[in-house]
Design a binder for this molecule. Structure first.
Ligand code: ZN
Length: 568
């Protein structure tokens, strides 16, 4: 490495929020974070709308909104398929345009990327990339170049890039999350030491899962010395240790960034969007299909959700070890299949997007396979009506509105993939509501069992920077997730591609750096150039693999996402 080259280290804590971190700093529990806040610039970071990890991390690492980079959800919508069907999980193959590590690599700088979500399958980089969250289970091709797999295996035998196994709010879950943080960090540090990079970006995923499952314990006031709370403390102490390690690497040429993809808060209530539409006559269901069993169960009032609830309680009782995991998922799917009342598209004007899209699709004629709503004025009138009714929806228990804001999709997004996004997007703000697309729910709002989930994403995550050229002790306001990539490129003194939605956060830099480093833009590199760029010299060429996953892999991925509330 050239000693004059500017370098950057980025640490992501998935789902980190100042609401949890600042009290811990004040209590002296996160000394490294305290040092970062004192010595750097920091503030909130506004996530994508809606604030979910798949689209948010891709926006963070491309500087683009969802309609421009193409990742709009955990799911890939297949063109022409009915709106309620989503099958394939997102992968790095969907991401359009350059990621920050590709831009940095294109300028001849070495990069290291570890555990960043939606990086599987690992595309060739000028350096190395270990994929993270949403790597299908059991895949061994999670690292580029492939030869690094042996090195990782030697450090952590049986290494898993995405090892989450949802066990509910149990002690064992906490032990596994902490263990997972340690193992991933061990690999990240070794790779950093053995393969020096000018740009290193790693993400700690476990913070998100910890907060989903244990929010109530996390937000409890101090003084609770249960073994559970000491395990939770251990996770945050580990996060602070990781931060301390990165800060220890700073020198006159290196800048450090701490980022999260969204914030966090309590989750207490399901918002069943399809039920909301059903009650307003906008969605219609046909008759129960198939065997006598499904019809019989339906007559007993057993909905898929209730049956899943039973299966979950069995999990909590520890029966999961006896019944195979996949057998349970398969049984759950068969129950769903037997009980599902198909959507009657001929009488349906609107349908819920997936939980992680927090939106409503209109069954538009000419666009959807069974469209009934005429384009033009009828479409706009339906969107107006939906927006008004969403805003009017109140939670009687909490005596507050459920939805904070509603947007037409073109108000939020722009780009070639606009059609993949819901026609209407609702913002649940900091409320305790979790969107669900379950068609069979009995009520629009239903309490969420705390044994299932205690936390949900909120729109504001964290941003902090320190090191060469960064102002000391500066609070910043209004930073957005799409600003991160242009800011990193500016900190590296590289030109910013001109196709980004974000801007460099110049306010975090000191006067001297800004005076000597004018912002430079350069034409964005097109798809073709990106493919032509190919693998860097000295590393054998290997194409990005297809991600066709097996039914078992899909079932396992689905089980994990359900354990985080991303699937209802
Ligand atoms: Zn996340």
């Amino acid at each position: 490495m050239n000693p004059k080259t500017r370098r950057a280290i980025v640490l992501g804590l998935d789902g980190a929020t100042w609401d949890v971190l600042l009290p811990r700093v004040e209590r002296g529990e996160m000394p490294n974070l305290a040092a970062l806040l004192q010595g750097g610039a920091w503030g909130g970071l506004r996530s994508t709308t809606p604030p979910f990890s798949a689209q948010a991390w891709v926006s963070l690492s491309t500087g683009k909104n969802q309609a421009r980079h193409g990742v709009v959800d955990f799911w890939e919508r297949s063109p022409g398929a009915p709106l309620s069907e989503h099958h394939t999980f997102v992968s790095s193959n969907l991401v359009r345009g350059e990621t920050v590590w590709q831009t940095v690599g294109r300028h001849g700088r070495r990069v290291g990327v570890v555990n960043v979500p939606v990086t599987y399958p690992p595309a060739p980089v000028e350096g190395y990339l270990v994929s993270g969250f949403l790597t299908p289970p059991g895949r061994s091709d999670y690292v580029y170049p492939a030869m690094l797999e042996d090195e990782i295996e030697a450090l952590v035998p049986g290494y898993k890039p995405d090892p989450f196994d949802p066990l509910g709010a149990t002690q064992q879950q906490l032990v596994e999350l902490a263990d997972w943080m340690e193992k991933h960090e061990k690999v990240a540090r070794q790779l950093m030491e053995r393969h020096p990079a000018d740009f290193f970006f790693s993400v700690v995923q476990a913070v998100d899962h910890l907060q989903h499952l244990f929010w109530n314990d996390i937000s409890l006031s101090r003084g609770n010395s249960s073994s559970r709370s000491s395990l939770i403390d251990r996770c945050y102490t580990l996060a602070d240790d990781i931060l301390g390690h990165r800060l220890g690497l700073l020198d006159e040429q290196t800048v450090f960034f701490l980022v999260s993809d969204h914030g966090f808060g309590p989750a207490r209530t399901w918002f069943h969007v399809n039920r909301f539409l059903l009650e307003r006559g906008l969605l219609a269901l046909g008759e129960v299909q198939g065997s006598g069993l499904g019809a019989a169960l339906a007559r007993l009032g057993l909905t898929p959700q209730r049956l899943r609830g039973l299966v979950r309680r069995l999990d909590v009782l520890g029966l999961r070890r006896r019944v195979g995991r996949l057998a349970r998922v398969t049984a759950g799917r068969q129950i769903d299949g037997a009980l599902a009342r198909p959507i009657d598209w001929s009488r349906t004007q609107a349908v819920s997007g997936s939980p992680a899209s927090e939106g409503i699709f209109v069954n538009l004629k000419g666009r959807e396979p069974y469209g009934v709503v005429e384009p033009g004025q009828p479409y706009e009138a339906l969107r107006d009506r939906l927006a008004a009714e969403l805003l009017a929806l109140r939670d009687p228990d909490a005596d507050q509105p459920v939805v904070q804001a509603v947007y037409r999709r073109e108000e939020l997004y722009s780009g070639p993939f606009l059609d993949l996004l819901p026609d209407l997007v609702f913002d649940l703000g900091d409320g305790p509501y979790l969107a669900s697309d379950a068609p069979m729910a009995a009520k629009v709002l239903e309490p969420l069992p705390p044994s299932l989930l205690q936390g949900r994403h909120r729109p504001t995550g964290v941003f902090a920077a320190a090191g060469a050229g960064i102002a000391v002790g500066r609070r910043i306001e209004g930073a957005r997730i799409v600003d991160v990539t242009p800011t990193i490129l500016y900190a590296l003194d590289l030109p910013i591609p001109d196709d980004m939605d974000g801007r460099p956060l110049l306010e975090i830099f000191d006067d001297e750096y800004r005076a000597s480093h004018p912002v430079r833009y350069a034409p964005a590199v097109g798809e073709k150039d990106l493919t032509d760029f190919g693998p860097p010299k000295g590393i054998s060429a290997k194409p990005v693999r297809s991600t066709e996953s097996t039914e078992e892999e899909e079932a396992e991925m689905e089980r994990r996402l359900r354990g985080l509330g991303y699937i209802s």
